[in-house]
Design a protein around this ligand. Structure first.
Ligand code: B3K
Ligand code: ZN
Length: 866
């Protein structure tokens, strides 16, 4: 048996012994035997170091030369090439051969639907050539790509400096990237595409060529991505004074891709799902997602590429910061409240679960087996929350000065999270020493808040305690510096001034100790506190709100986020109450809440998209996170009961309001809001079928707007409506040739609320559209099932868990990275009841016993079973 995968530790970081400052690469592209010639300038950095050690995986080594002489003084061990050579500087030439066609891991150089493409982050460059594959080795690259003329576009990073034809029907292009970069930002693409070209003039007046490469025939779906790119370029100039730095910016959309997109310098590679959109084929959510990912990858040009990570433990340096930047970009362009709601949902649904499960890790992990396992909601989304807290503590202007200082100090370097925090505190003069524990400590702090109103002195006291539950990776925790934003409302919902002893108090309270009492003067009657406004810190909150206080917040709070948050608390409070109570009378939503919902849906001023968010009950996972043992069946029953109640109580409102919406298929914020609102109405309407409602549903299924069609189909599927099967068949017939739309169809099938859904999914493995080697297909079908079909995923015969494990066993061989991401729904098994625990454990045991279990799955399964 091969040795078990080994962990690497942050504490063991050492600077590189040798560096490569310049590399010339030549690729002679052939599907099964691509020849890669790498000529590097090697320099010894550590005089005491003996050998130059390079990484290489699945490479066929052909020849090595040093300073133009054949070189044989090397050895190979595991996945390392060891060069025994005394000189301090030399030219190293390595020729290797690789097989893109057989590369199903989608890491390194592979073929995606006939096009060559690369993915090197985190450690994929070692599948292309031998190299010190670590982010602190920064080099300039010159890349020559040679291929048959049947492959017209030959692309790599930087600017094209030469191209031409060769003998034997071949041609070539040479690219030069003047900016030093780590090898994870290397990219090569070669294939046949349609190209959308455009240009952008930067604030200093330089013209940048923009090129978007899509599969032949897809130009009619490319304009939104291009428009988004230009908006992102402008936003970064306006908000951070950051301009693009090369003469050309290219984006390529490919079908086979492990994640959303990749920020390779000057040549972003995108999952086609995150680029292609038109009104017929993409939903408003897709449009929003595309804009935000295009922005995200563009923003990496500075936060990630110009300043990169010293080592992979520092991943949040670039990812947390860039997610924060893309969230702000979306909020500036669209609705701040809605964007905040979306970000907080990710935190509460996924990040809190990760932090309380077997893979808990700080945003700067200390121990890693497979780096690809750490592109997590913790590193990305909690990382962004940590940056947001710095923004809150420093204020907008200081934050901008901190960013300026960060670039002034570190442009062109590979640095650490500590370097970032130092720039922030040096620029602002604000001490962030205690705050830094957010980087090293995992887990979700729990804040217990108590109030006391002293009517005699008209004083209000708020006592906040911070508690830190132990996590799988760490028992002992430190107190954190927590920015705790509040508002106080009077009984009419008016905002009260915050003051103590005649001085105003900032609405952001600084909690640093285990417990602190804050005192507010001149409060004339017991107020309603709005706590953790805008989710000012990634914490859970315990406060004994009564319904009236929460209703007051929903009706009056200044922040849309806080209104939504209060309504979520109200729902959760009553869901928990219903689950814990024996009395069936208690298992329904109280009349006051139904009245509140009626008031909301009929509100003339509230943004329609916000209304549709407000009306949604919390997700299964959000509710589950409230329990130590997840009452799966009860959650499902109570949610169904409440939704049915809402749909009956508001049926007439939903029908008449539905009929009033007239979005005309536009893309304006107003029209997007109207479609979201209609979607919410029919979601509830589908639960109480009448002839009139059926007609509405049928008509919306026939719409030529994908947002509408998908909303109608989702409503039918989740309500187990008699029209569901026929409408899904109609959809399939219409869209069978559109790959991305067919993924939506797969996902809908996986969500069918029907006892035979597992068998149905197995049959769909044979569908001509399904391809187990394509992550989009696999996730559309199986992850949608695990995430959105809680009832059947958690079926007590274990069939849901087995379906997922069977798939993971296959994916372990084909694409370990994808397998490892898809195992998430099995990870938190210890929170299930004992019957279900046994069923999941059986599947985890099966995985653990696999021969050739990939390091990716090994790390997850081992932790899960600990
Ligand atoms: N940096 C890439 C993610 C790479 C994932 C490697 N498994 C995309 C992004 O965050 O922008
Ligand atoms: Zn990123």
């Amino acid at each position: 048996m091969s040795a078990l995968p080994q962990a690497k530790y942050l504490k063991d970081y050492q600077p590189a012994d040798f560096t490569i400052e310049d590399i010339k690469l030549t690729f002679e592209l052939e599907p099964t035997h691509t020849r890669v010639t790498a000529i590097s300038k090697v320099k010894r950095c550590n005089k005491a170091a003996l050998d130059f050690i390079l990484d290489g995986v699945e490479l066929n080594l052909i020849e090595i030369e040093i300073d133009n002489q054949l070189f044989t003084e090397f050895s190979q061990k595991d996945e390392l090439l060891i060069i025994h050579h005394d000189a301090d500087e030399y030219e190293l030439k390595i020729i290797t051969e690789i097989n893109p066609l057989e590369n199903t891991s989608l890491e390194g150089l592979y073929l995606s639907g006939g096009a060559y493409c690369t993915q090197c982050e985190a450690e994929g460059f070692r599948k292309i050539t031998f190299f010190p594959d670590r982010p602190d080795v920064l080099a300039t690259y010159e890349v020559k790509v040679i291929a048959d003329q049947t492959v017209p576009y030959l692309l790599s990073n930087g600017n094209k400096i030469a191209s031409g034809t060769l003998e034997n029907g071949k041609h070539f292009a040479v690219w030069q990237d003047p900016y030093k970069k780590p090898c994870y930002l290397f990219a090569l693409v070669a294939g046949q595409f349609d190209v959308l070209t455009d240009s952008y003039v930067t604030s200093s007046g330089r013209e940048v060529k923009l090129e978007l490469f899509v599969d032949i025939g897809n130009l009619n779906k490319s304009s939104h991505a291009m428009a988004s790119l230009k908006k992102a370029m402008q936003w970064d100039e306006e908000v951070y004074g950051l301009e693009y730095d090369l003469d050309i910016y290219m984006i390529v959309a490919v079908d086979f891709f492990n994640m959303g997109a990749m920020e390779n310098k000057g040549l972003n590679i995108f999952n086609s799902k995150c680029v292609l959109a038109n009104q017929e084929t993409a939903t408003d959510k897709d449009y929003h997602m595309i804009e935000s990912i295009i922005g995200h990858e563009y923003f990496h040009n500075w936060t990630g590429n110009r300043v990169t990570c010293r080592d992979w433990f520092q991943l949040s340096l670039k990812e947390g910061l860039t997610v924060f930047r893309d969230q702000e970009f979306s909020s500036d362009l669209g609705s701040r409240g809605i964007n905040r709601v979306a970000a907080v949902k990710v935190m509460r649904t996924h990040q809190f679960a990760e932090d309380s499960g077997p893979m808990a890790h700080p945003i700067r992990p200390e121990k890693v087996i497979e780096m690809n396992n750490f592109y997590t909601v913790t590193v990305y989304d909690k990382g962004a929350e940590v940056i947001r807290m710095i923004h809150t503590l420093l204020g907008k202007d200081n934050f901008r000065q901190g960013i300026d200082l960060y670039f002034a100090r570190h442009d062109g370097q590979a640095v650490t999270c500590d370097d970032f925090v130092s720039a922030m505190s040096d620029a602002s003069g604000i001490n962030l020493e205690q705050f830094k524990h957010w980087y090293s400590q995992s887990g979700t702090p729990n804040l217990v808040v108590k109030e006391e109103y002293d009517s005699l002195n008209q004083r209000y006291h708020l006592t906040i305690n911070q508690n830190h539950p132990a996590t799988a990776d760490e028992q002992e925790k430190l107190n954190l510096h927590i920015p705790f934003a509040i508002e106080l409302l009077d009984e009419n919902g008016d905002l009260l001034a915050l003051q103590h002893q005649g001085k105003p108090i900032s609405s952001v309270l600084n909690l640093t100790g285990a417990s602190h009492t804050f005192i507010f003067d001149s409060i004339k009657s017991a107020p309603t506190p709005v706590l953790l406004v805008d989710f000012s810190a990634p914490c859970t909150l315990d406060f004994q709100y009564n319904d009236q206080q929460l209703i007051n917040i929903v009706r009056h709070a200044t922040s849309d986020f806080s209104r939504w948050d209060a309504l979520q608390s109200l729902f959760i409070k009553h869901i928990k109450h219903a689950i814990n109570s024996e009395d069936t009378q208690e298992q329904s939503l109280p009349y006051e809440i139904l009245q509140l919902l009626k008031w909301i849906v009929n509100h003339p001023q509230l943004d329609k998209q916000l209304i549709s968010e407000l009306l949604k009950l919390p997700s299964f996972d959000t509710i589950a996170s409230q329990f130590t043992v997840i009452p799966v069946d009860q959650i499902i029953t109570v949610v169904q009961t409440f939704e049915l109640q809402i749909s009956i109580a508001l049926q007439a409102d939903f029908i008449s309001l539905y009929r009033q919406q007239n979005d005309g298929g536009q893309l304006t914020a107003l029209a997007v809001g109207q479609r979201a609102f209609k979607g919410m109405c029919i979601y509830y309407l589908a639960k109480t079928a009448t002839d009139e409602i059926d007609k509405i549903l049928q008509a919306q299924c026939d719409s030529d707007n994908m947002t509408d069609v998908l909303a109608a189909l989702t409503a039918l599927v989740l309500a187990n409506h008699s029209l569901a099967t026929a409408m899904l068949a109609q959809f399939e017939l219409k869209w069978q040739r559109d790959t991305l739309v067919m993924d939506k169809w797969l996902a809908l099938n996986a969500m069918l609320n029907a006892p035979n859904v597992v068998e149905h999914i197995k049959q769909l493995y044979q569908h001509p559209h399904f391809d187990i080697a394509n992550p989009n297909r696999v996730r559309a079908l199986v992850s949608s099932f695990a995430q959105f079909n809680s009832q059947y995923f958690h079926a007590v015969d274990g069939s849901g868990y087995q379906l997922l494990a069977d798939l993971l066993i296959q994916l372990n061989k084909i694409n370990p990275q994808n397998a490892s991401r898809m195992i998430t729904p099995l990870m938190s098994w210890k929170k299930l009841d004992t019957t279900r625990q046994k069923l999941v454990k059986k599947q985890l045991d099966r995985l653990q016993q696999l021969e050739n279990l990939s390091p990716d799955l090994f790390e997850k399964v081992t932790n899960a079973l600990k």
